[in-house]
Design a protein around this ligand. Structure first.
Ligand code: CP
Length: 326
């Protein structure tokens, strides 16, 4: 694996999932793999889980993670080619990234979309410029359109939960029903987590995958192709094994909040439609807006396990890149 930006960078998702679960069973089994290697972690936005889990993952492999909060401590970066830098940006990525390429062995980057210009956000300019100019492997800690470490974690968590129930996912036979449901929110949020979850579940190919959302919240079809999409949440929830809850803003009329109907928030009553489904969310979550207390504090929620598994997913990815680098 050269870079880790999307599901397309992974040759065999199940193999990466097995690697993550092996690290969960024995976190320090490769404690010298990253010896004398530095992992740069650049944050252009806030983070708790991604930042801490990736740091722990690097340390478990014997590598040294160095965090740089670019948004608070760095020079404002310019990403456009041939920019006339007479505005607020101070340093071009063309100048900064090669230096980071010399300082680090792997570069991890967290960016968010502007939610103002769809073409700019969906071009993934920031992460592509770091790949182009750093000259070292780049790992997305969430980009403008995708959150691959979260999605790998989500497949790890689903696989682990099914295995505990004695239901290893198979390409044939009854497949677990996974439902991605839109939920209300007070702010316009990116589509990254929903896009990415859709891309990974589709690429994994071992689930009956349904996406449900109100009208006008259609996601980019390049990520959802392969899923069944319905505006009827109750119908989607029927017999579900996993319900992934997430808000996102509109994609077509970009970055807007249209319907924000509180009826879309998952409750125990709605959960009764499912096959005793486990409930997932990437966190952070707005309690009693996006997801109810009764779900989050109840037995169906696996959000803490999911967030804790972020370490093992990050460790599997960093290990594979370190092995590829030699
Ligand atoms: N799920 C997730 O990415 O959490 P953080 O924003 O806290 O990293």
């Amino acid at each position: 694996m050269k870079n880790f930006i999307s599901a397309h960078d992974v040759a065999d998702i199940d193999s990466l999932v097995r690697s993550a679960l092996a690290y969960k069973a024995d976190p320090l089994k490769d404690r010298t793999l990253g010896a004398h290697k530095r992992v740069g972690m650049l944050f252009l936005n806030p983070s708790m889980r991604t930042r801490l889990s990736t740091q722990i993952a690097a340390q478990n492999l014997g590598a040294e993670p160095i965090v740089f909060n670019v948004d608070k401590e760095g020079w404002a970066l310019e990403f456009e080619e041939e920019a006339i830098m007479s505005g607020n940006t101070v340093e071009h990525v063309k100048d900064a990234a090669p230096i980071m390429g010399n300082y680090f062995d792997i570069l991890c980057i967290r960016t968010f979309p502007s939610l103002k210009n769809k073409e700019d956000d969906y071009s993934e300019l920031y992460i592509k410029q770091f790949i182009k100019y750093s000259g070292i492997p780049v790992v997305s800690l969430e980009s403008a359109t995708l959150h691959p470490l979260q999605s790998l974690t989500d497949i790890v968590t689903i696989t682990e939960t099914l295995a505990e129930a004695g239901q290893a996912p198979k390409a044939e036979g009854r497949r677990p029903k996974i439902v991605l449901t839109w939920a209300p929110h007070v702010k316009a949020l990116p589509q990254c987590v929903a896009n990415s979850f859709s891309q990974w579940v589709n690429a994994w190919g071992k689930a009956d995958f349904v996406i449900t959302h109100p009208e006008d919240y259609e996601l980019d079809p390049q990520f959802t192709k392969g899923a069944r999409i319905t505006h009827n949440q109750d119908e989607a929830l029927k017999d579900a094994d996993f319900v992934y809850v997430k808000n996102w803003s509109t994609y077509a009329d970009y970055g807007k909040i249209y319907c924000n109907d509180p009826e879309w928030m998952l409750t125990n009553e709605k959960l009764r439609l499912t096959n005793n489904a486990r409930v997932m969310h990437c966190l952070p979550v707005r309690r009693n807006v996006e997801l109810s207390d009764e779900i989050l504090d109840g037995p169906a929620s696996i959000v803490t396990r999911e967030a804790s598994n972020r370490v093992w997913a990050a460790q599997a990815v960093l290990a594979e890149i370190l092995r590829s680098k030699g």
